[in-house]
Design a protein around this ligand. Structure first.
Ligand code: AP5
Length: 209
């Protein structure tokens, strides 16, 4: 099963992918997580993209496409994948066509007001990437990761100016992909405003394992 999760920042793609990877038994490949892990490990790629991520802009297509191509060649992706955050531009979608045949493109639909609430309340554990929300999914102890006991942080790109920029970038560069994939008959629309469990139930009924 080869799936793409498409949708605005903060729509819950990463949250649902964490449930869907077990349900479909396929790896969750998030380009945002791959970039953040390179930044944390201070690789050349990490140094190159650090300020782009902090501002909420897009990493150049050729860099992102090469990274995804390498990742899809790893053994675990042979049985399928959930691509979360890729493609994000038409050139990336064209490049993906040459890498794999998709079964569905899941379009997470959520209003801007809800996106802003979700992103401004998101907190993450820097070492594991585990995601929380101060209201919708709080940790057991305020500000502390449930498993590692480390303090939770706010992503640089979840600050108000970067959120605004990410929404503009999404509208200009990524939203056109909805039409691109609808014309190919691949789009599955998901109402992302419900609880994570409900969104996962919707997905399972629309995209059969
Ligand atoms: P990336 O990490 O992909 O960011 P994004 O697409 O903006 O997605 P997010 O991770 O912000 O949101 P999400 O939809 O996964 O929501 P989440 O589940 O966390 O990319 C970051 C950056 O990397 C980009 O800006 C760009 O610079 C670069 N990049 C990445 N891919 C690229 C590409 N292809 N090309 C170029 N550059 C690229 O949920 C959000 C919050 O809501 C959480 O707090 C969560 O707890 C809460 N929540 C989730 N679901 C629910 C629910 N159902 N109900 C209530 N709360 C919920």
């Amino acid at each position: 099963m080869n799936l793409v999760f498409l949708g605005p920042p903060g729509a819950g793609k990463g949250t649902i992918a964490a449930l869907a990877k077990d349900y479909y038994q396929i790896p969750h490949i998030s380009t945002g997580d791959l970039f953040r892990s390179n930044i944390k490990n201070e690789t050349e790629l990490g140094k190159q993209v650090k300020s782009i991520l902090a501002s909420g802009g897009l990493v150049p297509d050729e860099v992102t496409i090469a990274m995804v191509r390498n990742r899809l060649e790893e053994k675990d992706a042979a049985r399928g994948f959930i691509l979360d955050g890729f493609p994000r531009t038409i050139p990336q979608a064209d490049a993906l066509e040459g890498m794999a045949k998709l079964d569905a493109v899941v379009n997470f639909v959520l209003a801007d007001e809800e996106i802003i609430k979700r992103l401004s309340g998101r907190r993450i554990c820097k070492s594991t990437g585990r995601t929380y929300h101060v209201v919708f999914n709080p940790p057991k102890k305020e500000g502390i990761d449930d498993e590692t006991g480390e303090p939770l942080i706010q992503r640089d790109d979840d600050k108000p100016e970067a959120i605004k920029h990410r929404l503009e970038v999404y509208a200009a560069s990524t939203e056109p992909l909805i039409d691109y994939y609808r014309k190919k008959g691949l789009i599955v629309d998901l109402d992302a405003s419900k609880s994570p469990e409900e969104v996962m139930r919707q997905l399972a009924s629309l995209v059969k394992a």
